[in-house]
Design a binder for this molecule. Structure first.
Ligand SMILES: CC(C)(COP(=O)(O)OP(=O)(O)OC[C@H]1O[C@@H](n2cnc3c(N)ncnc32)[C@H](O)[C@@H]1OP(=O)(O)O)[C@@H](O)C(=O)NCCC(=O)NCCS
Length: 169
């Protein structure tokens, strides 16, 4: 993994990032979107996760393989007192899971955010998702609780486990 480059995401990455998320949209319960996106439909998402301060988007790239994953922070809820809480999201391409890339992305993301005016980082993980549970636990997230059956996809209801951590441990 020594060749892995972690860098800020750019608009030019959107086709590849959309391809990655669409795999999980179409084939899994992991994200509650029901229909795949076009890259154009992800432009708003890109800007919501790229303000250069609290909201950051990092991508992981290998020279021979291109972009293999991303991690990002975005707004948690709209009301102003939530400003200091961000919601984290992360995904690696299906061929790139279990290779430590998620760990490197989160390590870089938390390092990047360390000086920002953020008090809590939260993550909602649709269950089951052992890899995401393990990654968030590794990064110090603690379980807050599980909303049961809050999402319906592929004819089933799915639970979401919410986790949180302070920005700095
Ligand atoms: C979740 C995800 C980002 C984790 O990234 P990753 O690169 O696969 O994970 P890493 O290889 O860095 O491993 C991180 C931890 O997860 C564990 N892990 C990885 N895959 C696992 C699996 N399938 N089952 C159980 N644990 C797993 C690793 O052992 C490691 O734990 P440790 O630090 O205690 O040893 C990645 O698997 C992914 O993109 N999954 C699909 C999309 C997704 O679920 N996104 C998150 C939505 S909330």
């Amino acid at each position: 993994m020594s060749d892995l480059l972690i860098r800020p995401g750019a608009l030019a990455d959107l086709p590849r990032l959309t391809e990655i998320i669409n795999h999980y949209v179409v084939n899994t319960h992991i994200t509650f979107d029901l229909h795949p996106f076009t890259p154009e439909q992800r432009v708003e998402w890109f800007h919501e996760h790229s303000d250069g301060r609290r909201y950051q988007l990092l991508v992981a790239e290998m020279p021979a393989e291109g972009v293999l994953g991303y991690a990002a922070t975005g707004r948690f809820r709209a009301k102003a007192a939530y400003d200091t809480t961000v919601e984290a999201s992360i995904a690696c391409s299906p061929q790139a899971t279990g290779r430590g890339i998620g760990t490197q992305l989160y390590r870089a993301l938390f390092a990047l955010l360390a000086g920002e005016d953020i008090h809590r980082v939260v993550a909602g993980i649709a269950q089951p998702n052992p890899a995401s549970n393990a990654l968030h636990e590794r990064f110090g997230f603690k379980e807050v609780g599980t909303f049961t059956a809050v999402g319906r996809k592929s004819g089933k209801y799915w639970d979401v486990r919410w986790m949180e951590r302070p920005l700095l441990l």
